[in-house]
Design a binder for this molecule. Structure first.
Ligand SMILES: [Zn+2]
Length: 413
């Protein structure tokens, strides 16, 4: 068996003269997007292909076998090392199998899927590598050391707002007629919103992506959960064939989407260590688990709706609101069963005037300010117990006479 192994690093050109059937599917390009916690490798293909993925250790690597595939004659520039990927090697094997080895900087959880052509790309095989560099260095389980638990009174905590800029990396989102990419404008709005939230006493923002890379949808939810977010807001810009349509809309999860997700949580609860609203489901019987989940989802949905209404009200002051009611849809990122979540379609990027406005910092700031004001109004009216906002809200709603007395006695000292 003859195996050709080619090492690809940096801008080294790949050139292979290999015998493969003329009808073989070609790998035409390899693209890499690296984020802090995950790396996406995209193989551009000339057609649909079967593949098998295996994860190997010592050294950590991913092996992809594509029977009947080959690389494009003349080759292509290999991607530079990035994120979890050290290098990509390709080998044309006897029998027409193309073997691709992705050498890893650290162990990862790998997930692969084939995507159908769209208006920009043909068939693509996408390999997502999740796991940050620190993952393999977790200390091995040793003798247990007793942990001292202090029972100090709990400090009032900051509210956590998870801000999710839609799309990113190889997924540009919608594209306007002047070439504006949704992923860029929504990221600008998300960053501005984060800054405003962080400027607020008692609130802290986390971004589900902090640069131009793709984060899988479920992973976005998981990042918010891992940080115990009090609210999740996803920022998008809509697109529609009719270019006259403009304005913003706000979505929450539909009842149908909530039911689908409940079924999934119940089916997987033995394997899941996640707590729903602070309780574990895996030790509950079926009926109790589904009741607890249903209670948590209903509370989260109702909170989502109230918060979304506030945001919609503020957006109404900025400009055209497309739909004056909060909309419901089965968006994946809204499916956390215990975190109030909303998705804001800030504008129609398909509308040429809105597209041009969306590109300006002034409009991005206006939209961020409106979302911030909406969230602020919601949390001051409905502060979670134990937060600084709860203390501040109580102070703000104290009867005027009490405030006046306090002020007078303070200045008398
Ligand atoms: Zn979008």
């Amino acid at each position: 068996m003859r195996i050709f192994l080619l090492r690809l690093t940096g801008s080294v050109m790949l050139a292979m003269c290999l015998a493969a059937p003329a009808s073989a599917v070609e790998v035409r390009d390899i693209r890499l997007w690296a984020g802090p916690d995950s790396t996406r490798v995209v193989f551009d293909l000339s057609g649909s292909v079967r593949h098998r993925l295996s994860t190997l250790r010592s050294p950590a690597r991913i092996v992809l076998d594509m029977p009947g595939a080959r690389t494009r004659p003349g080759g292509f520039a290999a991607p530079a090392a990035a994120g979890a990927v050290k290098q990509v090697r390709l080998a044309q094997q006897a029998g027409g199998n193309l073997r691709i080895v992705i050498d890893l900087a650290h162990p990862v959880r790998a997930n692969s899927f084939l995507t159908a052509p769209n208006d920009r790309y043909g068939y693509r095989l996408v390999v997502d590598l999740a796991g940050a560099a620190a993952l393999p260095h977790a200390p091995a389980a040793g003798p247990s050391v007793p942990v001292k638990v202090e029972h100090a009174p709990p400090e009032a905590r900051d509210l956590i707002i998870a801000i999710d800029a839609g799309h990113g990396g190889d997924d540009p989102g919608a594209i306007g007629i002047s070439g504006t990419r949704e992923k860029d404008v929504v990221f600008a709005i998300a960053k501005e919103l984060a800054q405003r939230v962080n400027g607020e006493t008692g609130m802290r923002a986390i971004l589900t992506r902090t640069g131009d890379y793709f984060v899988p949808l479920r992973e976005r939810m998981q990042r918010a959960r891992a940080q115990q977010a009090d609210l999740f807001v996803s920022i998008h810009a809509d697109s529609i064939v009719d270019r006259r349509v403009d304005g913003s809309s706000v979505y929450i999860l539909s009842q149908r989407g909530a039911s689908d997700e409940a079924a999934r949580w119940l089916a997987e609860r033995e394997n899941a260590s996640d707590l729903i609203g602070g309780v574990s489901l895996d030790d509950k019987d079926d009926v109790l688990a589904s009741v607890l989940l249903d209670l948590s989802q209903s509370a989260a949905l109702s909170a989502s709706e109230t918060a979304a209404e506030q945001v919609l009200r503020e957006l109404n002051q900025v400009g055209e609101v497309r739909k004056h009611q909060v909309q419901q849809a089965r968006f994946m990122v809204l499916k956390s069963p215990d975190i109030p979540s909303m998705l804001v379609e800030t504008a129609y990027i398909s509308n040429p005037q809105e597209e041009l406005r969306l590109r300006t910092q002034a409009q991005q700031f206006k939209l961020a300010a409106a979302i911030h004001q909406g969230l602020r109004a919601y949390f001051y009216a409905n502060p979670p117990a134990g937060t600084r906002i709860a203390q501040l809200a109580a102070l703000a709603s104290a009867p005027r006479t009490m405030l006046a007395t306090a002020t007078a006695s303070d200045s008398a000292r």
